[in-house]
Design a protein around this ligand. Structure first.
Ligand SMILES: [Fe+2]
Ligand SMILES: [Fe+2]
Length: 340
């Protein structure tokens, strides 16, 4: 999945503030050639010089994105053993595995910026690092799995397609494959809901509507705070990390989703949602930002459960990591012996 604009600072305000200014003539020249490449819409690669603030911003954004992918496996993983058919179970397993893979690409991309996977996971497990707050809500019924595919993965695609053109090469390349898989996630969710709405019982149709009611506003909040309250966005745009503003992405998502909801036969729970002829877009109602921030800051319904599940998985996987390292060590010793 998954982004929420990733403009939310992790728990280290001092680091967020640190901006390394060019101090020497040689550093000023490096900064000038970096700026030139950014202005020309070129790519920055791991071996290239980059300003410290650019590097830190990317580490924060890519690691938050990676954490969101692996925490995002949990709400849906919850339904693998209860999927209504073998076909739905196979699709859901494939999707949840994809999300794990997205996490791995993204941790690898962040590692090229000089941060280790252990450091990133430690920040997640100690609650210092943020991840997309959408995953701090529970999946109450099977319809939630369909709605997550349709709306949460749908919102993720809107956020992530512009990241394929991000100025940092490894992040941009990882996003190309991620977006292809997200497209499958969105379609499988929509198709599962379509079957329930067109062939299901009245109770199943009501279950879909209930899930849409619970997820709609949380998906709109996924795009992050309004542009007026996102002071870091301008710098992200300047660096070619962020290409489209939070509000513009949110509008694109609303405009794309309203016709899909009509085909599906569900109502989006917003009395203010209506086509605005003069703007050429749908207007929509006010988002509850207090609820968003409460969840981001650790007080959503599932924050503690998600974190403790991740920590437990990490601890229970310790023997696998130790065995893999012991195996690698043994192989290296064998190679040394053969070379001697
Ligand atoms: Fe996804
Ligand atoms: Fe994903």
């Amino acid at each position: 999945m998954y982004t929420q604009s990733f403009s939310v600072p992790d728990g280290d305000p001092a680091a967020a503030k640190s901006r390394v200014q060019p101090i020497s003539a040689s550093e000023a020249a490096l900064q000038a050639s970096f700026d030139q490449r950014i202005d020309a819409d070129g790519r920055i690669e791991p071996q290239d010089w980059m300003p410290e603030a650019y590097r830190k911003t990317l580490v924060r954004q890519i690691s938050q994105h990676a954490h969101s992918e692996i925490v995002g496996m949990l709400p849906e993983g919850n339904w693998i053993s209860r999927a209504p058919s073998l076909k739905r179970k196979a699709i859901l397993i494939a999707k949840v595995q994809d999300e794990g893979g997205h996490g791995l690409y993204l941790y690898s991309a962040a590692e090229t910026l000089g941060v280790s996977r252990d450091q990133m996971l430690d920040a997640l497990h100690t609650g210092k690092a943020k991840y997309s707050s959408i995953f701090n809500y529970p999946t109450l019924t099977w319809a939630d799995v369909g709605v997550i595919g349709w709306l949460v993965d749908g919102a993720a695609i809107m956020n992530q397609i512009p990241l394929c053109r991000c100025s940092y090469g490894p992040y941009a390349r990882a996003m190309v494959r991620v977006c292809k898989e997200e497209s499958f996630h969105q379609r499988q969710g929509y198709e599962a809901l379509l079957v329930m709405m067109q062939q299901g019982t009245v109770d199943q149709q009501a279950m879909v509507q209930d899930a849409v009611n619970r997820w709609w506003w949380k998906c709109l909040a996924m795009f992050g705070p309004p542009d007026a309250d996102s002071p870091n966005s301008a710098q992200g745009m300047r660096w070619g990390i962020k290409r489209i503003s939070n509000d513009d992405l949110r509008q694109k998502f609303v405009d794309a989703t309203v016709p899909q909801a009509k085909v599906l036969g569900v109502t989006l729970p917003d009395p203010d949602l209506k086509w605005n002829e003069s703007r050429g877009h749908y207007d929509y109602g006010a988002i509850d930002w207090d609820e968003f921030w409460a969840t981001v800051n650790g007080n959503g319904p599932c924050n503690k459960e998600r974190l403790s599940t991740r920590v437990k998985a990490w601890n229970e996987g310790a023997w696998v990591r130790e065995a893999a390292l012991a195996h690698q060590h043994k192989q290296q010793q064998r190679q040394h012996k053969e070379a001697a």
